[in-house]
Design a protein around this ligand. Structure first.
Ligand SMILES: [Zn+2]
Length: 140
């Protein structure tokens, strides 16, 4: 299956049988198991959303948004439960309002889960790590 590298955005074809050892990017040699949320931008957004064969959850946020800042560590914590199962990513909607607009983001934080570019779920408002985990598990 294809996994987009969270470090350099290269598309990697990987066998997910090798769960015991690490899986590294063919281009930058860094871990594809990285769970720290990927910072999306106008250049890499489509690649991560459409080229990953694993679901991608995007946290639409902004630096001035208190609940977003509150949720950030919870989002990172939840990501650790989904290494190589779900890619966690963030989009700063202040920096990329055209992308937020494309998905009709009305309030933040809003999370959207994509499977191969198709939206399969969205939810607004700050959530705890366990709430995020449960919500994602209900969609994948
Ligand atoms: Zn890479």
């Amino acid at each position: 299956m294809n996994i987009v590298c969270p470090h350099c955005d290269a598309i990697n074809r990987v066998e997910l049988k090798e769960s015991a050892k690490d899986v590294v990017c063919g281009k930058c040699k860094k871990s594809l198991k990285e769970t720290h949320p990927v910072e999306l931008n106008a250049r890499n957004f489509k690649t991560h959303i459409e080229k990953n064969d694993i679901p991608v959850v995007v946290d639409f946020w902004a630096p001035w948004c208190g609940p977003c800042i509150m949720m950030a560590p919870q989002f990172e914590e939840a990501a650790k439960h989904f290494a190589l199962k779900v890619r966690f990513a963030k989009l700063n909607s202040d920096n990329y309002p055209e992308i937020a607009g494309m998905y009709g983001i009305m309030g933040i934080p809003t999370m959207i889960v994509f499977k191969k570019g198709m939206e399969v779920g969205r939810i607004s408002g700050a959530m705890s790590a366990s709430q995020i985990i449960n919500w994602i598990n209900s969609l994948i």
